[in-house]
Design a protein around this ligand. Structure first.
Ligand SMILES: [Fe+2]
Length: 241
């Protein structure tokens, strides 16, 4: 394993300035509970070098029945998208989807323990609608870690036009060897498009700010940070470098 016995790095080392996945809206999911939590998370993100973010509350009818109209009405402090659970209620809950500011991308997830039986159908449908789904933290799904077919399905998902988003916390190894293996394969094969904190509380940033990876990965991780930027702008407003 070449994963851990390397130098310790922080979020600043990879240049994550624009976060595209965090749970900072108070009182709507398992992230910030209070306005104080919200303020503490913003302060911790600022100290970690994160300059802006898109808030992505969970949307899952059985656990977090957050409707887009309600979220838009209560949360106006920063940019707002959502993290949609792909389950039997997904079509209903995403009928008026909260997209990234670029107006094209939508963040989706599955249960960590049970593959969504409709995941491929919904990715196909979203693509037919002209949207670009982003699957959150593929390295965390146990069914991909434990099955040799896991990487094959992720390759299929990417081929269908769904992008993948890496969680910073996964770099710490806290999710176990199966997660590390998937992460390494996806990262070194260029299959991730984005990276994010998926922050649920301020103290999580302390853990994220000490991960050990090969030095050669820093450029790969930095390029994901740069890719995040495109989600903040309408396509024709992105200036050429
Ligand atoms: Fe999340």
């Amino acid at each position: 394993m070449l994963f851990f016995h390397k130098a310790k790095y922080t979020i600043r080392d990879i240049g994550l300035k624009s976060d595209i996945h965090c749970h900072i809206v108070p009182g709507v999911d398992d992230g910030a509970r209070t306005p104080e939590d919200h303020a503490n998370m913003l302060q911790a993100m600022k100290e970690a070098g994160i300059e802006r973010m898109v808030a992505t509350p969970h949307v899952c009818k059985s656990l977090y029945p957050n409707y887009a109209s309600d979220l838009r009405a209560v949360y106006k402090d920063t940019l707002l998208a959502a993290e949609y659970m792909v389950d039997d209620d997904f079509r209903e809950m995403s009928s008026d989807p909260l997209l990234y500011p670029d107006g094209k991308h939508i963040l989706i997830e599955m249960s960590y323990f049970e593959r969504s039986r409709n995941i491929l159908d919904e990715i196909f449908r979203l693509r037919e609608m002209g949207l670009c789904p982003i699957l959150a933290h593929p390295e965390r799904y146990r069914f991909y870690q434990e099955s040799p077919a896991g990487m094959a399905e992720l390759e299929k998902i990417v081929d269908m036009g769904c992008q993948l988003q890496l969680n910073v916390m996964s770099l710490t190894g806290v999710y176990g060897p199966g997660s590390k293996t998937i992460l390494r394969n996806l990262l070194t094969h260029g299959m991730y498009s984005y990276i994010a904190t998926d922050l649920h509380s301020a103290h999580q940033l302390e853990m994220m700010n000490r991960f050990y990876v090969k030095e050669s990965w820093l450029d790969l991780l930095h390029s994901l940070c740069l890719s995040n930027e495109a989600l903040f702008f309408l396509p024709d407003s992105v200036s050429e470098p």
